[in-house]
Design a protein around this ligand. Structure first.
Ligand code: SAM
Length: 263
């Protein structure tokens, strides 16, 4: 590869990922917009409206690898605007304190600041400490653009299953495999050349953005990931129309949404 991360031993991947997000924390929101030409907003909005928070009353949510709270803010706004829900709560959990700090500062400008609706908490998706994150606690577990950075996807899923209440929902938004060859070729070109270049120009950091592109390439394709969710104990069938009902592609599979329910 351009960057050679495949050769990094698994145990050091965590510190590597920590460093990557340390160096991008302050520019993260800007870069998200620049790299995806703002499209990540559409994907996130579709994700949140599928989750439909507030529709069945207030929920206790955990947003893992939640970074600067982008998903949390959307979930809270959706529940409030659509259902006048001001009781849904979200724990934003991330391994990186710089991202959490940026999120905390961002929320200071919102009406959720200093309310029980939002909390920023440090934690590793693969091993959430049981004392702080007890089993059978949450109605909704969400992880957006975060699971591919984790060393062990099965460990993340196992923890998700543990902290959810029976009947609770697991939801994941992640970059995926493009299923249209022509579109795939254009996308490859874009991500391997334009994104690291944007990283250099806007954030002065080519290597971190190169890593992000590599990590997308290595993540399992949709059917394989859906099977991992089932293997962790979740029911997935029938959540979406077609393709086994386990996921929904966005933009030909550039991203996809996977969901499962803990029985
Ligand atoms: N969910 C946010 C969003 O959609 O904007 C942030 C996504 S950002 C691309 C990925 C986040 O995953 C980073 O904030 C990073 O620190 C976090 N992360 C990486 N490995 C993690 C782990 N093992 N446990 C918890 N968070 C992790």
């Amino acid at each position: 590869t351009h960057f050679g991360f495949q050769t990094v031993p698994e145990e050091s991947k965590e510190s590597l990922v920590r460093n990557v997000f340390d160096s991008v924390a302050s520019s993260y929101d800007l870069m998200n917009d620049a790299m995806s030409l703002g499209v990540h907003r559409l994907w996130k909005d579709e994700y949140v409206s599928l989750l439909n928070p507030g529709s069945k009353g207030p929920m206790k949510c955990i947003d893992v690898a939640g970074g600067t709270g982008d998903i949390a803010l959307r979930l809270l706004d959706f529940a409030r605007e659509r259902y006048a829900d001001r009781e849904t709560t979200i724990d934003v959990v991330d391994i990186n304190t710089e991202m959490l700090k940026a999120g905390y500062t961002r929320f200071k400008k919102t009406m959720y600041h200093n309310t029980p609706q939002i909390a920023f908490r440090e934690g590793n998706a693969q091993a959430l400490p049981e004392e702080q994150f007890p089993s059978n606690t949450y109605d909704l577990y969400t992880i957006a653009f975060g699971i591919r950075n984790c060393t062990s996807v099965p460990d993340v899923l196992k923890e998700a299953y543990r902290v959810l209440k029976p009947g609770g929902t697991f939801a994941c938004l992640e970059f995926s495999k493009v299923n249209n060859p022509l579109f795939g070729a254009v996308y490859d070109q874009y991500s391997f050349s334009v994104i690291p270049l944007l990283g250099t120009i806007l954030a002065g950091d080519r290597a971190s953005y190169q890593y992000l592109v590599e990590s997308i390439r290595k993540f399992p394709p949709q059917p394989e990931f859906a099977q991992m969710i089932v293997d962790a104990g979740f029911t997935t069938g029938g959540m979406f129309e077609g393709k086994g009902g386990a996921w929904r592609d966005q933009w030909n599979g550039i991203a996809s949404i996977h969901m499962g329910v803990k029985l």
